[in-house]
Design a protein around this ligand. Structure first.
Ligand SMILES: *[C@@H]1O[C@H](CO)[C@@H](O)[C@H](O)[C@H]1NC(C)=O
Length: 451
């Protein structure tokens, strides 16, 4: 674990500290720690249901709730969001007030409505146990899963024939949280339905022999594919991702799109946040701009050639994704910043879902191995550009991320690229000689071969 992170690079732009440095929950907690800005991004604008705890670290009932709340977060992982906001933090006080919080802890369930960004918010008054919380939240997970039968299956299949579809064969008459969550992930790109085992025409048509079975219909009359992996959220998302990437959550901020054409006015700290409530108590605070921290922790940085070699260029190193940063005397370039933010979000998302992802690192231009790597891979050596590459020293391949002409390092494109690597899709280049370091190692090695 290399703790020094690329945060240093963006420190000049992000005036605030990581979320809740002194909150009730540690960084490793499954509870998502939020503030006002990330509430809007991660909760209010999500297609997922969330529960949010408004707390103060000193409050005894909050401390008592913590184990149950963390357990609920684990149980709801990948199905709903379990978040907490520290109302003792001055920056959050106005927001907690706005939300009508009068005592701690206050638990609110936030359910998406038909209107984006305008969720239904209700107080959770049930028992403060993991089960009570999980049941109440799971019940409110939006259901975009259509139930079909032999009778209307063909009709469903022929609706929007070009749109990919996923069909779950199940013995159950109810719609599980898991399939609902899957439908939410692919809302707008894959239509999801479920059908019961007793619908024998359908069962026969798709050659389903056991239940539950997930079938993917890529659309446009392409042959259907039966999923034979583990029936867990992560592998199922990966499976469906072969036809469409899951929705980025949080959705890429519109300000990112704007900042693709950097202008002189971009230099000054952003003050155009819509309707930040005026904090009447703010005078007393040091005059740092009110800037919410990025929700995702920055990816680790490999500062030295030794660190880079040990992590990614040793003969046994597995897949690594590296962001080779441009020379930066002053502040990082816009594409570099965007690439780092996007990679951080992707890593964070996988960490939250506990799905396996190879490590992502940023490599500053000052790392002496960065120049050699650029040269070896035939990338621009003047180090004016950010280059994102994936490589696997053990298997001897590498891939270059193509940001297109618009220097697009946004989440949708980058995540599609990462997912393709995870699924072993697309072409790989042979890693040129001399990239992987040679080490003298004892002939006998324990085999830690992982996927
Ligand atoms: C929510 O769903 C819509 C489709 O209805 C999709 O376009 C959007 O990206 C989703 N938003 C998030 C944050 O997942």
């Amino acid at each position: 674990m290399l703790p020094r992170s690329a945060l240093l690079l963006v420190a000049s732009l992000l005036a605030a500290l990581p979320v809740n440095a002194d909150g009730l929950y540690t960084k490793k907690s499954p509870v998502l720690q939020i503030d006002q800005k990330s509430y809007n991004q991660l909760i209010a604008n999500s297609n997922y249901t969330s529960i949010v705890e408004f707390y103060a670290p000193w409050c005894g009932h909050c401390q008592n709730l913590k184990p149950a709340y963390e357990k609920a977060a684990k149980n709801l992982d990948g199905l709903a969001k379990v978040a907490a906001i520290n109302c003792d933090d001055d920056a959050n006080k106005p927001f907690c007030g706005q939300m009508g919080v009068q005592g701690f802890p206050t638990l609110k369930i936030v359910t998406p409505s038909k209107k984006a960004g305008k969720p239904r918010v209700e107080d959770y008054q049930g028992p403060r146990t993991a089960k009570g919380i999980v049941d109440a939240v799971a019940e409110r997970i939006p259901n975009h899963v259509k139930r079909v039968t032999d009778k209307n299956l063909d009709e469903w299949l022929s609706e929007d024939a070009e749109v990919p579809k996923a069909l779950l064969f199940t013995e159950k008459g109810t719609t599980s949280s898991l399939i609902r969550a899957l439908a939410i992930d692919f809302l707008g790109s894959i239509k999801v339905a479920q059908i019961r085992n007793k619908e024998s025409n359908a069962v026969e048509k798709f050659g389903v022999t056991e239940f539950p079975t997930l079938v993917l219909l890529p659309g446009n009359g392409k042959e259907h594919i039966l999923f034979d992996g583990e029936l867990k959220k992560g592998p199922m998302v990966d499976f469906l991702s072969q036809v469409a990437p899951p929705n980025a959550d949080p959705a890429p901020a519109p300000e990112k799109a704007k900042s693709k054409k950097p202008s002189a006015s971009e230099k000054k700290p952003k003050s155009d946040e819509p309707s930040e409530p005026e904090d009447s108590t703010a005078e007393a605070k040091p005059s740092v701009p009110v800037q919410a921290p990025a929700p995702a922790p920055a990816i680790d940085t490999l500062e030295t050639s030794e660190a880079l070699e040990a992590a990614c260029l040793a003969p046994k190193s597995g897949t690594c994704v590296l962001a080779l940063l441009p020379e930066s005397d002053a502040e990082p370039t816009q594409p570099a910043k965007e690439a780092l933010e996007t990679l951080a979000e992707i890593a964070h998302k996988h960490a939250r879902k506990q799905t396996k992802l190879f490590p992502l690192y940023s490599i500053p231009a000052s790392n002496t191995a960065a120049k050699a790597l650029r040269a070896g891979l035939g990338l621009p050596e003047d180090a004016q550009s950010v280059e994102v590459v994936a490589l696997n020293a053990r298997r001897g391949w590498w891939r270059h991320y193509d940001p297109s002409d618009s220097a697009d390092f946004g989440p949708v494109r980058v995540e599609a690229w990462i997912d393709a690597i995870r699924l072993g899709e697309g072409s790989r280049n042979k890693l040129p000689e001399g990239i992987v370091v040679t080490v003298d190692e004892p002939a006998k090695q324990t085999d830690h071969d992982e996927l």
